[in-house]
Design a protein. Sequence first.
Length: 161
Amino acid sequence: MRTRTLLIVLSVSILLQVVFVQYISAKWFRPDLPLLVILYFSARRGSFYGVIAGFFAGLIIDAFSVGFFGLSCMAYSMAGFLVGKLFYFELPLPLSRWMLASITGIALHGLIFAYFYSLHDSPAFTTLLLIHVFPAVAYTWVLGMLWAISPAYDRRSKIKI
């Protein structure tokens, strides 16, 4: 995935996250579309590019949110770094590797959010994990797996990186 393509896909995912996801979210949890793009990009280009993409996507998401400013930057960057370090591969990941890479990045992102929100006036860490994080991680992971089995995932495998 080239940088221009990443910027377009990341911009569209952020726009969908801000505008459309509120209509497909369940009670307290919602999928995280920019996170899936960051994880895919960091698995294809490496940890450095995952951190950079995660930082700028998190900065934009934080500008539209009412939570802690900078938390999305940190969580996206850390998830991009971890997935880029562990699962870097120049071609689209096989389904089994994408399954493991996506659940690793999404779970780390959810744990970071739960930890920092439990330090504030929110409920306890385990309550946040059970009520908010686990369903949101499962929802985002299922969407990521549906995308991975779609024809759009492997379509660009012949493009030079």
